[in-house]
Design a protein around this ligand. Sequence first.
Ligand code: GRF
Length: 195
Amino acid sequence: MRKLRIGVLGSGKGSNFRAIREAIATGQIEAEVAVVVSDVEGAGILQLAEEARVKNTTVTDRRYKTRLSPEVEAELVAILKQANVELVVLAGYMRMVKTPLLDAFPRHIINIHPSLLPKFPGLESWRQALAAGEKIAGCTVHYVDAGMDTGGIIAQAEVPVRPGDTAETLHARIQLEEHRIYPEVVARFARRELP
Ligand code: GRF
């Protein structure tokens, strides 16, 4: 079977990208990261890609903070297509995905979100969960559609909220689960079990 080619988009430190890379290295995922693209110059995820000798680049748009203009998004699509990407993996990508990207990869864009969706979409969901007095928090891998964190759910993991938790300790506990379930979902795509 042809190896699944993945494009990873991220804005931050890239710990989910690292987890996916490690799962590829150990054979848990039969795939290849073809390219990493960030909207933030010098982002940690780009440095990780560089260290792992994975092709990487920045595509940004100073006119907007939460999305790319359609023209710039078309440049991103061109980069992904050029790299023969089949699955687009959002790993801490802080912009909404629109057309033309959504149309270019139907049901082949996935995201990891740090809450048990549909609870707490949007930013810093672990803080929202703490503030709401939740006893259980977690993370969700889902298909990306035009809404904010609204696409079909593929996998979820729960973590307890412990007495004395801060936003940081809770987020760290959630991220450990992210690093477990995101590679698992990518592995299922690589085995052609999804969508
Ligand atoms: C994660 O908490 C993820 O759920 C959210 O953004 C964060 C990315 O972290 N979408 P990293 O860059 O993968 O370390």
